[in-house]
Design a protein around this ligand. Structure first.
Ligand SMILES: [Fe+2]
Ligand SMILES: [Fe+2]
Length: 265
């Protein structure tokens, strides 16, 4: 068989195309394997870093963005500018009350765990929540310590009492109401951390507040889901009721400034 010059040229160009294809394929494969390797590497690095459980806030990973729209939609009112202004002016007091809130959040969840032992879901979710709230408590204590801020007694504001007085007194309605109230407290905390993080003149504290958004928004969703799953009836009406009560507590004049207080009177 003889190969003429034209055939030879065609064969060579076909071979080149195959080679180019191979090179392209190879480089795509290399890219993919590099991406896989580098993401495996970054996973490894991330795993090595202390994540959610560091008491030292320097090592915390702050989420780039947390979608707060479910929180904003759930709440009936946004924090007013005058509360934010007052909070910025009284930051040590807000930090002190925040420490109280973390401790109370863990305490309330612990009470629920003892009172309602029948639900696996409730036990498990609240056990995790208590762990996280106590970690937040330790972290806020650390913040107070590094700022040279001494512990100061602060009376409770009107906020939680203002909702709890509407709690029904018979079961399982009482349990459902406490869980709904828990959802509002968590959602409001989240909304206030976001509001403070935007304007606070202390990047370390602002970063810590942004770090809290992830867990507190999950706590709100967990409480709400528990309330619905443990209720025989649809809870929408109760949620709408507490939405109004909570919004009123946040929007109406309040003589005391607290983390969850109303508009400064
Ligand atoms: Fe917390
Ligand atoms: Fe929480």
């Amino acid at each position: 068989m003889t190969i003429n010059q034209q055939d030879l040229t065609t064969l060579q160009s076909t071979a080149n195309t195959i080679d180019n294809d191979n090179i392209e394929k190879k480089s795509v494969e290399e890219n993919v394997s590099q991406t896989v390797n580098s993401s495996a590497e970054s996973d490894l690095i991330e795993e090595e870093l202390p994540e959610e459980d560091s008491v030292d806030i320097t090592h915390l990973r702050t989420p780039i963005k947390v979608d707060l729209s479910p929180v904003y939609n759930f709440l009936g009112a946004r924090t007013t500018q005058s509360w934010v202004d007052a909070a910025i002016k009284n930051l040590p007091m807000i930090i002190q009350d925040h420490a109280n809130c973390e401790k109370k959040a863990a305490g309330t969840a612990m009470n629920l765990i003892f009172r309602y032992e029948f639900s696996y879901d409730l036990q498990r979710k609240l056990a995790q929540l208590i762990r996280e709230e106590m970690l937040h408590y330790e972290q806020v204590l650390g913040i107070m310590n590094e700022r040279g801020q001494e512990w100061k007694y602060l009376s409770a504001g009107r906020y939680a009492k203002g909702m709890l007085k509407h709690k029904r007194t018979y079961e399982p309605a009482a349990m459902v109401d406490v869980l709904i109230i828990g959802a509002f407290i968590e959602a409001r905390s989240c909304e206030r951390f976001a509001a403070l993080a935007e304007v606070i003149n202390d990047e370390r504290l602002a970063k810590y507040y942004r770090y809290l958004l992830k867990s507190e928004s999950r706590h709100f969703e967990d409480y709400l889901a528990l309330a619905q799953s443990l209720s025989d009836e649809n809870i929408d009406e109760r949620v709408a009721f507490f939405k109004e009560v909570e919004a009123e507590l946040i929007s109406s004049p309040d003589a005391e400034l607290r983390f969850h207080s109303g508009t400064p009177a």
